[in-house]
Write a protein that binds this ligand. Structure first.
Ligand code: PBG
Length: 306
């Protein structure tokens, strides 16, 4: 009689990639999560796929940062190189790429800076260029996480004009300015060097605004919309599910994962039970699929309890 069933096909696993070979560095703020070189990313992807996890989302850690984040659209940069290898070596795996500039900019913001502020409109062509470079490498889905206004339309136009009409857009639509991103920013070295992201990310207190953001992204051509963070925003996921027919993703983000890991390491909670309960709650709230650092473990735990 169970109403909500968790299965590995609900998961999308985040992978952090950087240039190199045989590299597998554990991220101190995210135990059990690694920065991988492209060859190691292929191995990780094969393992995920063998556990019936349908896809991954790639985050690149650049060699060099600059003012505009130009490595983000480099044809030979790490995300593009990893996508090409994954499509060759694990062809059935869905490859999603995160489209943003923050890891790549010297100032750590998701857009270009003019007069000390993020310039929304000047950032759009750069994001479109990043998305196009991912599509050219073979990505199936591009996922803009920057929260600039109008970026879904800009990316859709660029992809269509260049003959990539079949590439889908997973938009981080209701993305709140959140303290839960802390461990990710350590992993990707992407904390802003000045100010914060409240100028472009949403105020987490605003549920109705979250619906407006989702509606706008769908109008601009998003195929899938995302609510992020997930656990502290289950009501937003629920509202989105009731309001929209589009597929809904939720990102069970780094801070949510790190809290579970830390408490489990102290013996205060049972990691397996807590993680599965959290993932079930996100799906119960209405998410079609969940981006989660627990993807592989959860797939194994679910198998054990079959
Ligand atoms: C931005 C981006 C962030 C995350 C995914 N994409 C961080 C941010 O907005 O600062 C966070 C993911 C997580 O915390 O797990 N490129």
């Amino acid at each position: 009689m169970r109403e909500t069933r968790l299965t590995p096909d609900r998961f999308l696993a985040p992978l952090f990639v950087r240039q190199g070979k045989g590299l597998r560095e554990e991220i101190s703020s995210l135990p059990g999560v690694f920065r991988l070189s492209p060859d190691e990313a292929v191995s990780a992807a094969q393992e995920l796929s063998s556990w019936k996890i349908p896809g991954i989302i790639l985050f690149g850690i650049p060699e060099k940062k600059d003012e505009t984040g130009s490595e983000a659209w480099g044809e030979e940069a790490v995300v593009q190189a990893t996508v090409r290898r994954l499509k060759k070596e694990v062809p059935d795996l869905l490859v999603v790429t995160d489209v943003c500039l923050d890891q790549y900019t010297s100032h750590g913001h998701c857009g270009v800076i003019r007069d000390g502020e993020v310039d929304n409109d000047a950032t759009l062509p750069l994001l479109a260029r990043v998305a196009l470079s991912h599509a050219r490498a073979g990505a199936d889905v591009v996922a803009p996480s920057d929260m600039m206004d109008g970026r879904v339309a800009a990316i859709r136009r660029e992809l269509d004009d260049e003959g990539y009409g079949q590439i889908a857009i997973l938009a981080y639509s209701a993305k709140s300015a959140s303290a839960f991103y802390g461990p990710f920013r350590e992993a990707a070295d992407s904390a802003p060097k000045f100010g914060d992201r409240r100028g472009y990310q949403m105020d987490g207190a605003n549920r109705r605004e979250a619906m407006r953001e989702i509606a706008l992204d769908l109008e601009e051509g998003a195929d899938i919309v995302m609510v992020k963070p997930a656990l502290a925003y289950l009501d937003v996921i629920r509202d989105a599910r009731q309001r929209f027919d589009a597929p809904i993703a939720a990102y069970n983000i780094s801070g949510e994962y790190a809290m579970v890991k830390a408490a489990a390491r102290n013996g205060w909670v049972d990691e397996k039970k807590i993680a599965l309960e959290i993932l079930t709650s996100i799906v119960r709230a209405g998410a079609d699929f969940v981006l989660t650092y627990h993807a592989l473990d959860a797939a194994k735990w679910l198998k054990e309890s079959e």
